[in-house]
Design a protein around this ligand. Structure first.
Ligand SMILES: [Zn+2]
Length: 103
């Protein structure tokens, strides 16, 4: 995977607070103050991405397809038909990690 295609979602407020604390603590050094001020500017200017909250689900109702005899199950979040070993629901995007509900 190319590095420029990676997107890592981080907690903007937590990161900004860390740098703000460093800036507040650097009152005796002009260099530190300039550095942490520049970091805060970079954090504020960082591009945002659209993201949706991760849905969690679990497989329910295992059954065999009467035509192919292959085993299937349904997603607890959307009732879509998925494979028994699928880690993600191909219909609603929920992660099959065993947590209940469609949060
Ligand atoms: Zn689903």
């Amino acid at each position: 995977m190319e590095n420029d295609t990676l997107v890592r979602l981080i907690d903007y407020a937590a990161l900004r607070e860390k740098f703000q604390r460093r800036l507040d603590a650097s009152n005796q050094g002009m260099l530190g103050e300039a550095y942490y001020s520049a970091c805060l500017e970079l954090i504020d200017e960082a591009p945002a991405v659209d993201a949706v909250e991760l849905r969690h689900a679990m497989p329910v109702k295992f059954y065999s397809d009467p035509y192919t005899n292959r085993l299937f199950t349904t997603c607890s979040a959307c009732d879509g038909k998925i494979g028994p070993k699928d880690k993600w629901c191909k219909h609603c995007g929920a992660r099959m990690d065993g947590e209940d509900g469609d949060t």
